[in-house]
Design a protein. Structure first.
Length: 264
């Protein structure tokens, strides 16, 4: 784990009394597995009190919390479907009641419902849009109320290289992730005057549950570095944007972690 120090603007006072004193707080959605789990562990090691959001597996979320605490970090979990407005409101209410502040939001939760366009069910389209795009809107809106008032905060959206290049059989997922690019830049423009940055990280093919069943031989041919990425490599990029003082002057940007797959 990294031992990076959170940015000075994130550890300053403000945003209400914090249960852990001056400990900055990071909320990661979809943090019970894969990339989300790696991000939660990395930010905890960087000195954040981490809120592990999950939608289904409490056992997996509890394991993330236990792993972080065993390493000397601070974390707790909260179940919420971020595509549901009422549950999002409950999530942020719980964070503020327990922590009294929110410094970083990482919008990571996502699902896939792959299928060719001609055969894609409307329900499969809508469920991906609802969680992967509308969920980010709901969480960002809730977080912005806290961060803009405190005049500090960092938001990192996890998009994908398919937002930049498209992918056959993933019209719903590609559209949702492309929508995050516009949302990231619009929010960055809106929030900048209050000291809140908004950026995105676009992973390529990362070894995870989502990529386990893919044709790895074909994928590797399209990656100049010749290998799939590791969740820890995405987590490092997120940590830079979320916690590094050097990232304080970066907003509205997309950082690709894709082994050179998409070069623009």
């Amino acid at each position: 784990m990294s031992s990076a120090t959170p940015a000075p603007d994130l550890v300053s006072s403000g945003g209400g009394p914090a249960a852990a004193g001056d400990t900055p707080v990071a909320l990661i959605t979809g943090a019970s597995r894969g990339i989300g789990r790696a991000i939660a562990s990395d930010l905890a090691a960087a000195g954040f009190s981490v809120v592990v959001n999950y939608a289904s597996s409490s056992e997996a979320a509890d394991d993330v919390v236990a792993t972080i605490e065993a390493a000397g970090g601070r974390a707790w979990s909260h179940r919420a479907d971020v595509g549901d407005e009422a549950q999002v409101e409950g999530l942020f209410k719980a964070v503020l009641e327990r922590e009294g502040r929110l410094d970083v939001l990482v919008n990571n939760a996502g699902i896939t419902r792959d299928g060719l366009m001609l055969r894609m069910k409307t329900s499969d389209w809508q469920s991906v849009i609802d969680l992967n795009l509308t969920g980010v809107f709901l969480c960002t809106r809730a977080a912005s109320k806290v961060m803009l008032k405190a005049r500090r905060g960092r938001i990192v959206n996890i998009t994908s290289v398919v937002a930049l290049m498209g992918n056959a059989g993933q019209a719903n997922y590609s559209a949702a992730k492309a929508g995050l690019l516009g949302l990231t830049r619009s929010n960055a423009a809106e929030f900048a005057s209050r000291g809140v940055t908004v950026n995105a990280v676009a992973p390529g093919f990362i070894a995870s549950d989502m990529t386990e069943k893919l044709d790895k031989e074909a994928i590797l041919k399209a990656i100049p570095l010749g290998r799939m990425g590791d969740p820890a490599e995405v987590a490092g990029a997120v940590r830079f944007l979320a916690a590094d003082p050097a990232a304080a002057y970066i907003t509205g940007q997309v950082l690709q972690v894709d082994g050179g797959m998409v070069m623009r």
